[in-house]
Write a new protein. Structure first.
Length: 323
């Protein structure tokens, strides 16, 4: 169930119909859960973009910190803002999908509630589509970490250059949720983010999307990421542990992935997914489950035994012999 708090005033909003960059409508979707303070910074970074044909949709994922009330107050003063409140917590993937389905823009992009867009982020990505009207893939930029200036990309890439599925599988640092843009029609055609995944739903989406289209670099960094430290890391590990093998199974059972990905790359992808899951179990103190999962993974050839895993296996017995 959703409750639409404010509808965006669409007087100057267009979903297309012209050649100038600014004539194309863009919807920025921000999923937010208990980020009352941080989401204001994210909102400001969107609404201060020098791009006139823009709407911002905040999907409050059943926050309990008063975010909904605060967002309603902000929405009352800004015509470029829409707020959707969910009655039950659904996770970031589902919240993003809700926002994309409600979007009026020809293109959609996303921003985590604790991060921010950089100046020119919207226009630089829209220009990828305007400069090549036949391009129907993903426009992407880089990221920077707060307090630093280095653009986070895994290699050298020129504006207008494409990356493929194989490129992404070799290094997933090419694409980030904050820094990509896609047509709303294409996003919905791809069925959006998988809502049964609470972690790595972005990776799964990019893999699925790149089975059909390429991604093209817009030429600049698009977002600034803020580190929330140990809290974010702990939550990340807990969600990965709860998720289990769902991400791994979603990728390796996808017929398009099986058809398009080289066997060695697919094997490496599965191995990295298993390693992430095992590390999450170990770091969250689920030692008995960690040992079972490690034995299973080695037995099925998903993971090669190494000194690192052997050390953790032995330490898990010392720390929690029966748990």
């Amino acid at each position: 169930m959703t409750r639409h708090i404010l509808l965006y005033s669409a007087a100057n909003f267009s979903s297309g119909g012209g050649k100038a960059v600014e004539q194309y409508g863009v919807s920025v979707v921000i999923p937010s859960y208990n980020r009352r303070d941080a989401v204001v910074r994210a909102l400001d970074s969107v609404l201060s973009q020098d791009y006139p044909n823009l709407e911002c949709i905040v999907v409050d994922d059943a926050s309990t910190d008063g975010s909904g009330e605060m967002l309603r107050g902000l929405a009352g003063d800004r015509e470029a803002l829409r707020v959707i409140e969910l009655e039950q917590n659904t996770g970031q993937g589902a919240a993003r999908n809700v926002g994309a389905r409600a979007a009026r823009g020809q293109w959609v992009c996303f921003l985590d509630s604790d991060d921010e867009l950089l100046p020119g982020s919207i226009e630089s990505r829209v220009s990828v589509f305007v400069e090549d009207p036949d391009f129907d893939g993903i426009a992407f930029g880089g990221n920077i970490v707060a307090g630093k200036s280095e653009v986070l990309l895994p290699g050298s890439v020129e504006k207008g250059e494409d990356i493929s599925l194989q490129d992404y599988l070799k290094d997933r640092g090419w694409l980030h949720t904050n820094a990509f843009m896609i047509s709303r029609e294409r996003f919905l055609e791809l069925d959006g983010f998988r809502e049964d995944l609470r972690q790595k739903q972005d990776v799964e989406f990019f893999i699925r999307a790149l089975c059909r289209v390429h991604a093209r670099y817009c030429g600049q960094a698009c977002s600034r990421m803020h580190d929330l430290g140990d809290v974010r890391a702990r939550n990340h590990h807990e969600r990965i542990a709860r998720q289990g093998y769902r991400f791994i199974d979603a990728v390796r059972t996808n017929p398009e992935v099986q058809e398009r990905v080289e066997p060695d790359l697919l094997k490496d992808l599965v191995s990295r997914g298993v390693s992430t899951y095992l590390s999450a179990l170990y770091r969250t103190g689920q030692h008995s489950q960690f040992r079972k999962a490690l034995r299973r993974s080695v037995r099925q050839g998903e993971l090669s035994p190494s000194s690192r895993w052997l050390k953790r296996y032995l330490l898990s017995w010392l720390r929690s012999p029966s748990n």
